[in-house]
Each structure stands twice: as structure tokens, then as C-alpha cells.
Design a protein around this ligand. Structure first.
Ligand code: DAH
Length: 356
């Protein structure tokens, strides 16, 4: 290579190394390969040379152009990567920093209770299940051993959707989340452990009843499940939910069409002060029982092979007890002062810090 080409090469290599950002790099690129760049100027001179001179000089120039192009390209990539890394480092979010204190918005206490239930039952191996608010009469009643004209239906008067208009089987706004039991047993093979929180509806409206409210259903189907499992599971749940390891829990015989035996579960409290956990009085908080063999049969399960228990509870009711909220209607009034008082930060999720 002739001296002037060697010099050009050296100087370009040095200039590239000295370029510390893409702007400086681009100046080197344009100054070398651009329209009036140094190498371009040399290439233009070829036109004025004799064919012999042009052949030697042209070959050398082309090789130099290829080499410099490669070097320039490589340095450009290097600087681009460096720029990206610098940006990533500068914009890195420190997830360990405490959250912004003025974060807007709080979770409604119903949402919070559902999250707490999911955390507690989740730690016992339960999964979340869902069903539709508009439910078939069959899932809501008949499959749960509550056929048409069964007296238990009158306790759960609801909103009926016209059957003819839709061409579908008779449908209701579900009066209970218990229909999710049926959907789950029909939809998956046991063993089953689910809870199903969700909206429910009844034609009721006063200080302790709302036409729309929330329930949480639970279902366990496994081999060899006994009443002992039901008692252990629900005692653990109530003690974790009320955060009282020695909360008194009482199981009292009752009746539901879809369980046999059936029971209502009470917790200890004081009727006089409203305090939970002491006082010698009992307060009913949920219904439960061993799944009725006819319900298992309706879902194609053989009661000699599979057993299980089910339970259902009112989410508003448990939330009112837990936080001392006196009136059910306040849950749906969207009074911002109430929401601020009873809401919880979405940034501190329900967790079982202390375990079960
Ligand atoms: N579905 C019942 C109700 O709305 C609650 C209930 C009781 C659910 C006993 C159950 C159960 O699964 O076993 O009153």
C-alpha cells in the first residue's frame, strides 16, 4: 500500500478509536466514505489516471475501502451497544424502593376479603374456580338436589330470565355459588379442591340483605375424605381469617339439600360488645356438609369411590365481622369517605405472613 493510503488508514483507525459517541463516529464515517470524504476523493482521482496506474491504485483503494467500511461498521455497533447499556443502567427501576406514598386508589374490602380467602385456601392446596352469574336452573337448583317445587327453593327467591325468549333452558341470576360445584365436578376429574368466590342474587333488600351480594363456595372431592377433614379445614380457615389461633369454633347440625350430613358453623363472640373470640355467645358464619351422594351421582361420580365436603359463606358478612362494619348497604354506596376508611392498598397484597 502506498504511503498516502497507509496514512489514511492509520488516521481513520485512530479517529474511530477516539470517537466516544455515535455523533463523533458519524463524523469519521462521513469524512472518510461520504460524498466529499477523503477516500471518496481518492477514488474520484482514478478517472484521470492511465489504465495501468488505475489498475494498481484502484485495487489498493478498493481493498482499503472494504477494510475501512468494516472497521467503521464494527465501531458503530460497539458504540450503539454502549449507548444502549448506558441507557438501561440509567433507567433501571429499583424494585426494592418503597412505593410512592401518594399512590391513587384502594381495594374495596370485598375484593380484599376474596384475596385473603384465596391466600388462606391457596395455602391448603385449593384452586380458584368460576361460574357465570346467569346460571341455568339445573346448575343452580336441580343438580344440587333441589328439584322444582322443593321447599328450599322458596328461601332463595331470585330473578328469573325468560326461557322462551332465549330458546335456552330456564335461567336465573344465581342465588348461590354452589352451582360452581356442579360445573367443576362435570368439568374435571377428581381429586378436586376449589373455592369459587363470586356475585350472587336474591330478591331481598334491607339492612342485612342486598339483592346482589357475594359468596364463596368451597368443594373438596377426594378418596377417603371424612367429616374430620371438613372440621379441620374450616377451623383452620376461620382462625387464619380472623387472625385468632384460639378462636372458638362450633359445628351444629343443620340442613341443606346438597349435603348429608349438613351443618352450620359458629364462632365465639360476645353479643353484648360485638367482640369476636370471647364472650360465650355463638355467631353463625358459614354452612357446610358432606357432599350428598345424589349430587355426586348427578355429576357422574360414584359415591362409593369418591367422597367430599362442601361449604359456602357470605363474603359481606365475614367482611363486616372482620372489620366491624355495621351496615351491609354501605358496601355498594360508593361513598369515597367509606372506601378510604375500609379500603386497602393494592400494593400490599394479602399474604399469610405467619402461615397456618
Ligand atoms: N349455598 C348455601 C347458601 O347459599 C351455602 C352452603 C351451605 C353452601 C352448605 C355449601 C354447603 O356448599 O355445603 O345458603
Amino acid at each position: 500500500m502506498s504511503d498516502d493510503l497507509e496514512t489514511l488508514r492509520e488516521q481513520t483507525v485512530q479517529a474511530l478509536a477516539a470517537a466516544t459517541d455515535l455523533r463523533e463516529w458519524d463524523a469519521v464515517r462521513v469524512g472518510t466514505l461520504g460524498k466529499s470524504g477523503r477516500l471518496t476523493a481518492l477514488l474520484k482521482e482514478l478517472g484521470r489516471m492511465t489504465p495501468d496506474e488505475r489498475r494498481t491504485r484502484g485495487g489498493a483503494l478498493n481493498r482499503l475501502r472494504d477494510e475501512l467500511s468494516r472497521l467503521i461498521e464494527a465501531r458503530g455497533q460497539e458504540l450503539e451497544t454502549a449507548a444502549l447499556n448506558a441507557r438501561l443502567a440509567a433507567e433501571r427501576v429499583d424494585v426494592t424502593l418503597p412505593c410512592a406514598p401518594d399512590a391513587q386508589g384502594l381495594l374495596h374490602p370485598i375484593t380484599r376479603t376474596i384475596e385473603e380467602m384465596a391466600a388462606i385456601f391457596g395455602s391448603m392446596g385449593f384452586q380458584l374456580a368460576e361460574g357465570p352469574d346467569i346460571e341455568s336452573d339445573w346448575h343452580n337448583f336441580s343438580a344440587l338436589n333441589t328439584p322444582a317445587h322443593h321447599p328450599a327453593r322458596t328461601d332463595q327467591d331470585t330473578f328469573y330470565l325468560p326461557a322462551e325468549a332465549s330458546g335456552q333452558p330456564e335461567r336465573v341470576l344465581r342465588t348461590q355459588t354452589s352451582g360452581v360445584q356442579i360445573r367443576t365436578m362435570l368439568g374435571q376429574e377428581p381429586p378436586i379442591r376449589i373455592i369459587a368466590p363470586g356475585r350472587t342474587y336474591r330478591a331481598d333488600h334491607d339492612a342485612t340483605h342486598s339483592p346482589m351480594f357475594h359468596q364463596c363456595e368451597g368443594l373438596v372431592i377426594e378418596k377417603g375424605i371424612t367429616l374430620g377433614h371438613l372440621k379441620g379445614c374450616l377451623s383452620d380457615f376461620l382462625r387464619a381469617f380472623f387472625q385468632m389461633p384460639d378462636l372458638p369454633v362450633r359445628f351444629r347440625a343443620s340442613y341443606f339439600p346438597f349435603t348429608e350430613p349438613s351443618m352450620e358453623i359458629d364462632i365465639g363472640w360476645s353479643r353484648r360488645t360485638g367482640q369476636i373470640g370471647t364472650g360465650g355467645d355463638w355467631l353463625e358464619v358459614l354452612g357446610a356438609g358432606m357432599v350428598h351422594p345424589r349430587v355426586l351421582a348427578n355429576c357422574g361420580l360414584d359415591a362409593r369411590e369418591w367422597q367430599g365436603f362442601a361449604f359456602g359463606m357470605g363474603i359481606e358478612r365475614l367482611t363486616m365481622l372482620r372489620h366491624g362494619i355495621p351496615d351491609l348497604r354501605s358496601f355498594y354506596e360508593s361513598d369515597v369517605r367509606w372506601l378510604r376508611h375500609y379500603g386497602t392498598s393494592p400494593l400490599s397484597p394479602a399474604m399469610l405472613h405467619e402461615g397456618l
